[in-house]
Design a protein around this ligand. Structure first.
Ligand code: CA
Length: 225
């Protein structure tokens, strides 16, 4: 699970990151509006924790961008502003939760968990397209009733594309999804190309329809119509 923490108070940011890393999350951060905006535009997160008073802009705007960009992302506002109006505007704009500073880190963690659980439950545990079926709980893929032997990366790419079906998914976001933002893009694009090639081959060998389309120069699309 990958989190983005947008917070300009360095001490608080460090505390949050240290705590959440120990809880097993992959944590990325931004310390001002501009950085936060850049991360939101370039990467995908499962949940974002957003401070409102940020150098360079209002965190509420970032909440808005986040929600517009990805309807599934969990969003928790953390702020010293604690009027009812502040809370309501945060939630109205698309935040899932609002935590007033100062807060307990274990409470933040509990709220993140609750949101992620809710988001996961919105998805069914199975994805079906034609003769392809993906069991998300068991991480198993079947084509025409036969179990496919996929590597972890092949599986992750397939599920990522299937969940974004009929949308173009850029190579950047696939790389980001598979490796975080630490991998060199030129290298990761070669890997993605190879993984998709193998994945296609395995699907075709099992008589599965050709769902994976290449969008030349941009990325891939899981096409169902
Ligand atoms: Ca602040």
């Amino acid at each position: 699970m990958k989190l983005l923490i947008i917070e300009d108070e360095q001490d608080l940011l460090n505390l949050i990151i240290r705590y959440l890393k120990k809880e097993g999350y992959l944590c990325e951060y931004a310390v001002n509006f501009k950085e936060g905006y850049k991360k939101i535009n370039n990467f995908e997160y499962d949940c974002a924790i957003v401070d409102l008073n940020l150098p360079g802009g209002d965190g509420l705007k970032l909440v808005q961008y986040l929600r517009a960009d990805n309807s599934q992302v969990g969003i928790i506002v953390i702020s010293a502003r604690d009027t009812i109006e502040d809370r309501i505007s945060g939630l109205n704009i698309g935040a899932d939760d609002y935590l007033t500073k100062p807060f307990n880190l274990s409470e933040l963690n509990a709220r993140i968990k609750a949101i992620l659980r809710r988001k996961t439950n919105q998805f069914s545990n199975e994805i079906h397209f034609g003769d392809l079926s993906i069991n998300l709980e068991e991480r198993k893929v079947e084509a025409g009733g036969k179990l496919l032997q996929l590597t972890k990366k092949e599986y992750n790419i397939l599920v990522y594309l299937a969940r974004n079906k009929n949308r173009v998914v850029t190579k950047d976001s696939i790389a980001e999804h598979l490796w975080g933002d630490y991998m060199d893009n030129a290298v990761s694009f070669d890997f993605i190309y190879a993984h998709v090639k193998n994945l296609r081959k395995k699907l075709a060998e099992n008589g599965c329809g050709d769902f994976l389309k290449t969008v030349y120069g941009i990325g891939y699309k899981f096409q169902t119509h």
